[in-house]
Design a protein around this ligand. Structure first.
Ligand code: ZN
Length: 210
C-alpha cells in the first residue's frame, strides 16, 4: 500500500465534495485560470494562501519561499511575477509574512544552518538597513522577531516595485497594486502593513528605469 494512501483518499473525498456542491467546478477551471491576485508568501505549512483568504482554487496565483523574499536574481520568483503580471494580468500582488517565522528568527541568530544561510542573509540585510530601530528591541525577544517580520515584508514590497516587470507594467498604465501584509498564526488574522504601491512615484530615484 502506498505510503501516501491517506493523501489519495482525502483527495478523492475533496474532489467528490466539490463536484457535489458545484458540478461544473473542475470543468470550468480546466479551461482557464483568471486569478486577480498573486500571493508571495512564506513556505511555512501553517500559512496556506488560498485557505486563509477564504478563496477557492483558481482565485490566487501563488509563489512561496522561505520568509517570502523577492530577490532580484531569483529567476523562480521573477518568472512567477512575470507570468502573473504579463499573462494572467493580476491586478494585485500581496507579499505576506507571518509572525513566528522561522526564517526571520534564523536571521536574528548567529547559528549557521548550511546552504540556507545564503538565503537568510537577505533578511539580515533588512535588519542592517533598519539597525537603528532594531537594536532597541531585547535580543531574542518575540517583539524583535515580529518587528523584523514587518520590516522584511515592507522591504520585499519595495524590491517588487523595483523589478523591471512591475516598472514596465506601470509604464504601460496596467493596473497593478502591491501590498504588504503579516499573518498571525495565533488568530489567523492578516494585518495590513499600510503599504500600497500603485505607480513608480514611490520608488527611490536610483531604482527608476526610463
Ligand atoms: Zn516563515
Amino acid at each position: 500500500m502506498s505510503k501516501l494512501q491517506s493523501i489519495f483518499e482525502s483527495n478523492k473525498n475533496w474532489s467528490a465534495d466539490i463536484k457535489k456542491e458545484d458540478p461544473t467546478f473542475f470543468e470550468r477551471l480546466s479551461n482557464q485560470q483568471a486569478p486577480k491576485y498573486l500571493w508571495i508568501g512564506c513556505s511555512d505549512s501553517r500559512v496556506p494562501a488560498t485557505q486563509l483568504c477564504g478563496l477557492d482554487a483558481g482565485e490566487i496565483f501563488v509563489h512561496r519561499n522561505i520568509a517570502n523574499l523577492v530577490i532580484n536574481t531569483d529567476f523562480n520568483c521573477l518568472s512567477v511575477i512575470q507570468y502573473a503580471v504579463e499573462v494572467l494580468k493580476v491586478t494585485d500582488i500581496i507579499v505576506c509574512g507571518h509572525y513566528g517565522c522561522g526564517g526571520v528568527a534564523a536571521a536574528l541568530s548567529n547559528q549557521s544552518l548550511g546552504l540556507i544561510d545564503n538565503w537568510i542573509r537577505n533578511i539580515k540585510d533588512v535588519y542592517h538597513l533598519h539597525r537603528e530601530e532594531m537594536v532597541k528591541y531585547v535580543k531574542g525577544s518575540e517583539e524583535e522577531c515580529n518587528r523584523l517580520t514587518e520590516l522584511n515584508v515592507s522591504n520585499q514590497v519595495y524590491n517588487l516595485a523595483n523589478t523591471t516587470i512591475v516598472q514596465n507594467a506601470w509604464k504601460r498604465s496596467q493596473e497593478l497594486n502591491l501590498h504588504g501584509v503579516v499573518y498571525s498564526l495565533k488568530d489567523g488574522i492578516l494585518k495590513d502593513q499600510g503599504i500600497c504601491l500603485s505607480s513608480d512615484k514611490d520608488i527611490e530615484e536610483v531604482f527608476k528605469l526610463s
